[in-house]
Design a protein around this ligand. Structure first.
Ligand SMILES: [Zn+2]
Length: 104
């Protein structure tokens, strides 16, 4: 079953097509403390990850990957930093999506 990316407004899922594009998908950490940091970084209200959820490589910076081996892994302790959030514009009260760097 294809895994969906858990990030807000990201509809990417693990498919042959996304693999061809070089995208990778990463399970939420097993470590409870680090998993909680991922959940907070996503800024999805009430979101709690389980072992089914993944994040796609769009939400990490290039230097947060370890591509030394055949499998692309995240470096230990990495927290997703490229997150899309819904912003309410103060001027026109419209909604728009911002590519938000939560700890850049
Ligand atoms: Zn994603």
């Amino acid at each position: 079953m294809p895994a969906h990316c858990a990030a807000y407004n990201c509809t990417l899922r693990r498919t042959i097509e996304t693999r061809k594009l070089g995208m990778t998908f990463h399970w939420f950490p097993k470590d409870c403390g680090l998993r909680r940091k991922w959940e907070v970084a996503l800024r999805r209200e009430g979101f709690a990850a389980n072992d089914e959820w993944v994040l796609c490589s769009d939400h990490f910076k290039p230097d947060e990957f370890d591509r030394a081996g055949q499998i692309c892994r995240l470096r230990p302790g990495v927290i997703p930093s490229v997150i899309y959030v819904l912003i309410i514009c103060q001027l026109c009260v419209c909604l728009y999506i911002l590519n938000y760097f939560c700890h850049a």
